[in-house]
Design a protein around this ligand. Structure first.
Ligand SMILES: C[C@@](CO)(OP(=O)(O)O)[C@H](O)COP(=O)(O)OP(=O)(O)OC[C@H]1O[C@@H](n2ccc(N)nc2=O)[C@H](O)[C@@H]1O
Ligand SMILES: Nc1ncnc2c1ncn2[C@@H]1O[C@H](COP(=O)(O)OP(=O)(O)O)[C@@H](O)[C@H]1O
Length: 266
């Protein structure tokens, strides 16, 4: 069985407080983005993991799909499998690629081996693998809060727009990004701000990671400025970076960005 885990972008991100468990409470909008990996699981005589496409850092045991297998195996009678991942979603980009692979892996195992898990049960498993992993079980636009793993569904459809995603040759780890943050309660919740016309988002919706990340990585700030210059209605870094997206009425001419960055037209 093959599934195609997709990326996400964050539209706005407020980090509201530090939690006693080392995490932060935050609020953000998760929106699915059409950049995809391919994930295949085949029954085998021993557990193995293979990959193609982009190089995935870390050992096989650290891959979130393998962690997902070990987690499910604690509660379910599973045969050994070969997991093959064709990696295309940029890594360490704030696009949630690893989390998406893991969530799709849980969904795939549930279908393939008839585990009978409900959406809530799959979301519970996903939450144990990473804060933004839970979002990818339902994979619909949501307002996310607490660790980013509690959700309220929202109506948001950007399919009439062109989204351009720019990935600079820089990686930012999520843990590193959180270290530069001083949490604060926003004046107005994103839950309300996202209902504004998209032309007003630039004025009201921000990503709290940008201040510290832009300070250390001027090239990321430069990409956001270039996307606005090219006519974006709204532009922002996604999650903890390093990718930056722009939302446009029509496909812009940003070929010049392709010289030093990877550019996706979604
Ligand atoms: C902050 C976001 C916004 O979408 O960053 P991106 O990784 O997508 O850019 C996500 O919620 C990230 O989710 P995810 O990448 O799954 O985080 P995890 O693996 O659970 O956590 C990695 C590290 O980030 C920090 N962390 C993460 C989430 C959170 N609400 N508070 C935190 O402080 C913790 O230091 C944790 O050890
Ligand atoms: N299936 C996977 N794909 C990508 N990275 C993975 C995966 N499993 C574990 N990782 C680890 O997670 C880290 C961040 O991955 P990724 O999800 O791409 O970042 P981000 O949360 O910024 O979108 C990587 O550096 C890698 O070590």
């Amino acid at each position: 069985m093959i599934l195609f885990p997709n990326a996400k972008i964050n539209i706005g991100l407020n980090i509201t407080e530090r939690r006693p468990d080392g995490y932060h409470n935050l609020e953000t909008i998760f929106y699915p983005l059409d950049i995809k990996d391919a994930l295949e699981v085949v029954q085998s005589d021993k557990l193995s993991f293979t990959s193609s496409g982009l190089d995935i850092p870390g050992r096989m045991e650290d891959n979130l799909c393998v962690k997902g297998y070990q987690m499910l195996k604690e509660d379910h009678d599973l045969p050994p499998v070969n997991i093959h991942l064709h990696k295309q979603i940029p890594i360490g980009a704030g696009l949630g690629g690893g989390s998406s692979d893991a969530a799709f892996f849980i969904r795939l195992m549930n279908d393939e081996f008839k585990l009978g898990l409900s959406v809530d049960e799959m979301t519970g498993y996903a939450r144990r693998l990473g804060a933004d992993c839970a979002f990818f079980i339902e994979n619909k636009p949501v307002f996310a809060f607490e660790r980013g793993d509690e959700f309220e569904a929202i109506k948001l459809d950007l399919s009439a727009y062109k989204i351009v995603l720019v990935m600079p040759p820089v990686h930012v780890s999520t843990g590193e990004a959180f270290r530069g943050i001083v949490p604060a309660q926003p004046k107005e919740s994103l839950f309300d701000l996202i209902k504004l016309p998209i032309t007003d988002w630039k004025k009201y919706i921000k990503n709290d990671f940008e201040t510290s990340i832009f300070k250390n990585h001027a090239e990321i700030r430069g990409i956001k400025a270039a996307l606005y210059e090219a006519g974006a209605i709204y532009s922002s870094m996604s999650g903890s970076g390093a990718s930056v997206f722009g939302i446009f009425e029509d496909t812009p001419d940003v070929k010049f960005l392709e010289e030093e960055n990877e550019v996706f037209y979604c």
